[in-house]
Structures are given as structure tokens and as C-alpha cells.
Design a binder for this molecule. Sequence first.
Ligand SMILES: [Zn+2]
Length: 142
Amino acid sequence: MRPSYISLLGDRRPLAARNVEAAKAEIAHNENMSVEALSFSVNGLLLEDETLLAGDIIVAAEVDGGAKGKKKKKNYTTPKHVSHKRRKVKLAILKYYSINDGKIQNLRTNCIGNCPDGVKMAIHHNRSHCGRCGITMFKEDA
Ligand SMILES: [Zn+2]
């Protein structure tokens, strides 16, 4: 059987070479690759240069990673997402009430979910949210 190889493009090309060493040189020349980038293996076993060819060689570009070393670090083009950090607000409960003429006014809605008394809902521009049970209530005028 006349040796041939499957190129990176997937088409079959004939080989004049009769052993692995010559085939490497031939394929490297044809495919514009370096000989070092080529390695031939059959069923996971690397072929020695002196091995005579029998059948098709499938050319695969050298892949980063695997046994050849660490994978190249990916270069990100967009800035890293800055995750929300919870800031500790001391005595935040004081902001939940105001005192007018000696009367206490509740500025935050109590949670309408299943939370016990005293659990307030956070106020956002268009909704109220309970951080304890996760309920969200949208304002109608938003
Ligand atoms: Zn709740």
C-alpha cells in the first residue's frame, strides 16, 4: 500500500517517503511546518524515525497542553469583573427609622414574605428586596 497522509485541511496526499523520518521531512515541507512540530503515533504509541510506513498518517497540529507542557495562558481583553463586596454599615438599623415630633417613622417596609418581624426590605430604585428570604417586590410606578 502506497503511504499517504491526511493533511491539516483533511485531504489525502500521497507520500514518497517510506519511513517516518523521511515522511516528517516531506510533510513538514509540504505543510510549511517544522519537523519538530510533527510527531507520529499509532494507537497512542510514538513512532520512531526508522519505522517504515504502512497506511495513512494523519497530520495534527501540535496542541497546547497535554504532555507537551502547560497550556498557554489565555489573554483576556476585557477587564476583570469586579464582584460586589458587602460593606459593613455600622448601626444600619438607625437609617431605617426617623423620628418626627417624637414619633417614630418606619422608613423601610417590613418583609412581606415569611420573615419574622423586624426584617426589612432593601430599597432599590424600582423594587424592594428582602435579603433574608429573597423576595422581590417591584414598584408599580417604575
Ligand atoms: Zn423576607
